[in-house]
Design a protein around this ligand. Structure first.
Ligand SMILES: [Zn+2]
Length: 435
């Protein structure tokens, strides 16, 4: 369930893809689209047929087994399916269960249609992925299971926290792109034993935390987008930006306290930073056009007027420690990738989010003339840097000062559609490659 922020599509655009989304709530790429509407289905089918890659993220709410887990203080939602009745429990036909039956019916229709598209796309040799929690009843649906059983399909079972999520959660992605399953991502972290407990609201009620973990993290989508792009290049479909580096899973270190962070810190707010870590540059017509890029001090001969140094001081370039230098100590040792580096960026992002002083200072930096287009950081490419956070807040400050029109999405104009009322949520993402 990736939702209206369309993180995978956004990451793919950084790599140079053209994307199209079909999402009941709409995205920053396209208007809301109801895939139970036959007209929308026909349009989507034509798009999918022409697309290089198709992503399906079926809403897991009626497939989830989370309903079976008792949570103190929460009114338990009753299960809607089980392993013997994957299409819906017999009790849904009893009086009083009409709304639940309606929701399950709609999800079944969307499941049938989307799985049919996956089978067809697989048959045509197109790339695809579908995702759901590892223990979701989605995976035992017959048509989904049949696709999993195909010879060239991989099932990537991973811990969401190894790809940057706060809480330990087992997820699964099926795909015919083998690179997606290439990096093991198993949870070996220290976690807070209470991280899944409902959050007490100011009014005394309790809220389940599962939805905070439902959106793909920035780390996961840049990992996936790199593999999908590498596949497209390897199979001769497109020329795309392929960075020499990858976003790697982080299996160790501590996740204690992360569940109290704003979930956006690990998701939408970390998106530009992950792209910049890979040294990608915003595509023209991208909504991140006004985002400064990162460059490493080791790759710079002298500091130009459109560059600004944010490191701890660089003797070779004769630069003193920056007023924007990192506030947390750098990772010890010379390991190529330390879990500490990753955590320090998250801690710094949390600091800036909670500090009007930091935000004001970065805002001023963003508005300086001559315009700063590059931030020079101490870290080499591929290594997490606090400069990612500064770049994000500079982009945000500049976005606020742009005319509204230039802030619209990066995809070609999509036909406007009015969503039909009363439909359950579905996310189905269709991604079209460059022509
Ligand atoms: Zn973990």
């Amino acid at each position: 369930m990736s939702g209206p922020n369309a993180p995978l599509e956004t990451a793919l655009v950084w790599f140079g893809w053209r994307v199209r989304t079909y999402e009941i709530m709409g995205t920053h790429f396209n208007e809301p689209a109801d895939l139970l509407d036959p007209d929308v289905q026909a349009e989507a089918e034509a798009d999918i047929e022409a697309a290089d890659f198709l992503g399906v993220a079926m809403d897991c709410s009626t497939f989830s087994r989370i309903r079976e887990i008792p949570r103190p203080g929460i009114t338990k939602a009753r299960p809607l399916r089980d392993a013997e009745h994957p299409r819906g429990l017999p009790r849904l036909h009893e009086k009083g269960a009409e709304r639940e039956l309606h929701k399950v019916d709609q999800h079944n229709k969307l499941l049938d249609w989307s799985t049919e598209q996956l089978h067809a796309h697989h048959g045509r040799g197109g790339g695809w992925l579908s995702e759901n929690p590892e223990n979701s009843l989605y995976w035992i649906q017959q048509a989904v299971h049949e696709l999993s059983e195909c010879e060239d399909v991989v099932s990537y079972r991973y811990s969401a926290c190894a790809h940057g999520a706060a809480r330990a959660k087992k997820q699964r992605i099926d795909s015919n792109i083998p690179g997606i399953a290439s990096q093991r991502a198993r949870c070996l972290h220290v976690h807070d034993q209470h991280e899944w407990e409902p959050i007490r609201q100011p009014d005394g009620s309790r809220r389940l935390v599962a939805h905070e973990e439902s959106e793909f993290t920035a780390g996961l989508v840049f990992y996936l987008a790199a593999e999908i792009s590498a596949w497209a290049v390897r199979t001769g479909r497109a020329k795309l930006q392929l960075p020499r580096f990858r976003i790697r899973p982080v299996e160790t270190g501590s996740r204690v306290g992360w569940h109290t962070l704003n979930p956006a810190l690990l998701r939408s707010q970390a998106m530009p930073g992950h792209a910049l870590r890979l040294r990608l540059e915003p595509a023209s017509l991208s909504r991140h056009e006004s985002c400064p890029v990162l460059t490493s001090a080791g790759h710079v001969q002298e500091c130009r007027t459109d560059q600004f140094y944010v490191g701890r001081g660089c003797e070779r370039l004769r630069l003193p420690p920056s007023e924007f230098q990192p506030i947390f100590p750098s990772g010890e040792g010379t390991a190529e990738y330390s879990p500490d580096w990753h955590s320090q960026v998250v801690r710094f992002a949390d600091t800036v989010l909670g500090s009007t002083d930091w935000q004001r200072r970065i805002h001023e930096l963003a508005q300086r003339t001559p315009v700063i287009r590059q931030l020079i950081v101490d870290e080499p490419p591929g290594v997490p840097s606090h400069g990612e956070v500064i770049a994000y807040w500079m982009w945000r400050a500049r976005e606020e000062n742009l005319p509204v029109l230039s802030r619209s999405g990066s995809s070609p104009a999509a036909p406007r559609r009015v969503p039909a009322p009363g439909l359950g949520p579905l996310q189905l993402r269709e991604v079209a490659g460059p022509p």
